[in-house]
Design a protein around this ligand. Sequence first.
Ligand SMILES: [Zn+2]
Ligand SMILES: [Zn+2]
Length: 151
Amino acid sequence: MNCFYHPDRPAVTTCTDCGKGLCSECASHSTPILCPECFDKRKEGNIRKDIRSLVIYVLLFIAGYSLAPDDPGKSPEYNPFMIGYALVSIVTGWQFLTRYQPLFLQYASIVIWFFYFLVKILLSVWVGAILSPFIIIRKIYRIVKYWKMQY
Ligand SMILES: [Zn+2]
Ligand SMILES: [Zn+2]
């Protein structure tokens, strides 16, 4: 097999995603090894995924913000910002905790799952409240990084 882009050169490897033959020069552009098309596809996919999450966070914040009572008084838990932030935090916290789901749960009974869900929801708000700013900054940073990435 020869390189898809340089038919005069032998292929030394293949694109990780589509399996096209690539010569040593083409193979040196990216890790994992990708052809230009698959490189762009992954780049766009990653950018789209992060933008989608940010849009969801913004929508949740707006939803929470508008859920607040008209007269929040002095109670901080009725503050529109707090409610918006808490809604975002439940999702970021939930996503974070899902990554660290204990393995034994695979074999756990439905009762254990039920309690795990309750604990997870409560934990999510707190974990998310701490992590949300970092998660949001990291996503923005990643979008910029992918955006600038050249083959
Ligand atoms: Zn490819
Ligand atoms: Zn090539």
